[in-house]
Design a binder for this molecule. Structure first.
Ligand SMILES: [Mg+2]
Length: 238
């Protein structure tokens, strides 16, 4: 089997999908996209297609190594997302060729069910408590929310306590048999993170996500040692 073509599809408002065709009629689908850069990633896929066309689609690992490490310039959100979408499509082709689901090829099922949370925003609209209650009524057992808009490196006491107040409002609304996760999108400085996270502890967040921008990931230990709240990171690490 040989790869014959890679075709990307831009879908509003912000998605990009990839179809890889083969000479045996099997096609695979992937999603090569990073938020806000769909056309840029599609261009990267088109450039990587030169290497892939004519090759065996089932040599997935070899292609991943070549596409990831074979270039002089490597990594970053654009190239990594392009390679990820290609990787998905090659796994899809391989699963179809062998007649098994991809999860079977990756080691088999680990669990029957998976718990999910629902995103409720909270950047600027303050009505997060109502939004959390609505998700609870839909059957969710957890939400994830913003607890602030953009912040100064050392913001005012009012802006600082407002973060905890917003989480407290949700906790009061949903009760204790429900989880609240808070995503900061890297909006906290190290100083603010050390100041803010202890204020959230009484509300027992499930986790706090991305308190710092990835450029200061080496300082994440200062945050985990300053709070008992579990810290989630790496959304923007490639
Ligand atoms: Mg996030």
């Amino acid at each position: 089997m040989k790869i014959t073509a890679l075709t990307t599809y831009l879908v509003a408002p912000r998605w990009c999908f990839l179809r890889i065709d083969t000479d045996e009629g099997i096609t695979g689908w992937g999603e090569p996209v990073v938020e806000g850069r769909a056309q840029t990633v599609a261009a990267a896929v088109a450039e990587l297609a030169d290497y892939l066309v004519g090759k065996d689609p089932m040599s997935i690992e070899a292609h991943w190594q070549a596409l990831t490490k074979g270039g002089f310039y490597r990594g970053g959100p654009i190239l990594s997302s392009a390679v990820a979408g290609i990787d998905q499509a090659l796994w899809d082709i391989t699963g179809k060729a062998l007649g098994v689901p991809v999860w079977q090829l990756l080691g088999g099922a680990v669990r029957e069910r998976i718990r999910v949370y629902s995103w409720i925003g909270g950047d600027r609209p303050d009505d997060v408590a109502a939004a959390a209650l609505e998700r609870k009524s839909q059957g969710f057992t957890a939400i994830k929310m913003n607890a602030s808009a953009e912040l100064d490196p050392i913001d005012t006491p009012r802006a600082t306590t407002a973060i905890a107040d917003r989480v407290a409002a949700v906790r009061t609304a949903v009760g204790d048999e429900f989880d609240i996760a808070v995503d900061f999108h890297g909006r906290l400085s190290v100083a603010m993170a050390r100041r803010v996270l202890p204020l959230l502890e009484p509300h027992l967040p499930l986790f706090v996500e991305e308190p710092l921008v990835p450029e200061v990931s080496d300082r994440i230990g200062e945050i985990t040692s300053a709070t008992a709240i579990p810290i989630a990171t790496s959304e923007r690490l490639y």
